[in-house]
Ligand binder design. Structure first.
Ligand SMILES: NC(=O)c1ccc[n+]([C@@H]2O[C@H](COP(=O)([O-])OP(=O)(O)OC[C@H]3O[C@@H](n4cnc5c(N)ncnc54)[C@H](O)[C@@H]3O)[C@@H](O)[C@H]2O)c1
Length: 314
């Protein structure tokens, strides 16, 4: 099977490209390298196509999508902060760009798309754990653009019979490009290893569903193998409060380096959901998805990676 991945140079994309090739797929990435980087895929150029280009370029996409069996659409401006810093680009890439991908899919005769969405579409949960039937009420621009993307793929499913799987990823962590990011787990590990206090926004009781990048990629491949029609799935791993993560990082950094780590609190950030925890029954039952990673193991993996000299700067 020939698979095109948008955003294949990104954090999730580069992990996915590697796994696709290992699974016997022919994989093509298209990425404009604004955030991504093909370095993690160095040495694999012979077994995959790594293209540099923009998803808003319809002609380019139509060429790339010829003879492709499915598109995995990951390219985006991801996260609350990145979208708020550049709202025009966020709307352009996440909404207009998604529409361009869909137009090119129809023109090229591709029948299937997997769309990367986010827990941000739910906003403040009305009940926990959140299942896929929970109302969508995003609290920030990122969530709004992801919701718009979901509506667009749904419209193309209705109008053109496209097979669609929407995957709403939780908070993704694990080694890879993301170790340079400022999201909670790598930020804590970086601060802990530098001997700085871990900075928690708010009281530490806000929670997220943390899912390891290898489990995310597993879910994408399961959806690719078994999905069809129109389906939406939550992709979760282990729900946890930020304060608990800080405790795990303190313990694991101390175990690895012998140094004690302190914690400090900053005011909460506006537009952030306080607590979210996923119900993943649907994907467990439909696709037999079983997350294999927990947060403590993921934190150990990151510390080990950093201590062995892995790139870890923001
Ligand atoms: N990482 C998470 O915790 C998380 C959580 C929920 C959803 N997601 C979604 O998963 C997808 C992948 O996220 P990621 O974490 O790998 O982010 P990422 O920033 O590492 O990857 C996105 C990639 O898209 C590329 N890109 C951006 N604009 C482009 C354009 N106009 N044309 C071509 N390429 C472009 C970037 O260069 C980057 O390589 C995104 O759609 C994101 O919204 C991620």
């Amino acid at each position: 099977m020939r698979i095109a991945v948008t955003g294949g140079a990104g954090y999730i994309g580069s992990t996915l490209m590697r796994r696709l090739v290992e699974g016997g797929y022919t994989a093509i990435s298209i990425d404009n390298l604004t955030r991504g980087d093909y370095t993690p895929l160095r040495g694999l150029e012979g077994s995959m196509e790594l293209l540099v280009g923009d998803i808003r370029d319809l002609n380019l996409l139509m060429g790339v999508f010829q003879d492709v069996d499915a598109i995995i659409h990951l390219a985006a401006i991801p996260g609350l902060k990145a979208c708020d810093e550049n709202p025009e680009e966020a709307i352009s890439v996440n909404v207009y760009g998604t529409n361009q991908v869909l137009r090119a899919i129809v023109e090229a005769g591709v029948k299937r798309i997997i769309f990367a969405s986010s827990a941000a579409v739910y906003g403040a949960p009305r009940y926990l754990p959140v299942d896929e039937e929970h109302p969508l009420k995003p609290l920030n621009l990122y969530g709004v653009t992801k919701m718009a993307g979901e509506r667009l793929v749904e419209a193309y499913h209705e109008n053109y019979g496209l097979d669609v799987t929407i995957l709403r990823f939780g908070n993704v962590y694990g080694v890879g490009l993301y170790t340079r990011w400022d999201t909670v787990i790598p930020k804590f590990v970086r601060q802990g290893l530098r001997g700085e206090p871990l900075t928690i926004y708010g009281d530490g009781h806000s929670s997220r569903d943390f899912v390891h990048v290898e489990d995310v990629v597993e879910a994408v491949i399961l959806a690719l193998r078994h999905g069809g029609g129109f389906e939406t799935y939550n992709i979760g791993g282990e729900p946890m409060e930020v304060g608990e993560i800080a405790e795990i990082v303190c313990e694991e950094v101390e175990a690895a380096t012998g140094r004690r780590v302190e914690v400090t609190h900053l005011p909460p950030r506006i537009g952030e959901t306080k607590r979210i925890e996923y119900d993943i029954t649907r994907i467990r039952e439909h696709l037999n998805y079983r997350p294999r990673w927990g947060v403590r193991r993921g934190v150990r993996q990151l510390i080990d990676y950093a201590l062995k000299g892995g790139a870890f700067e923001a």
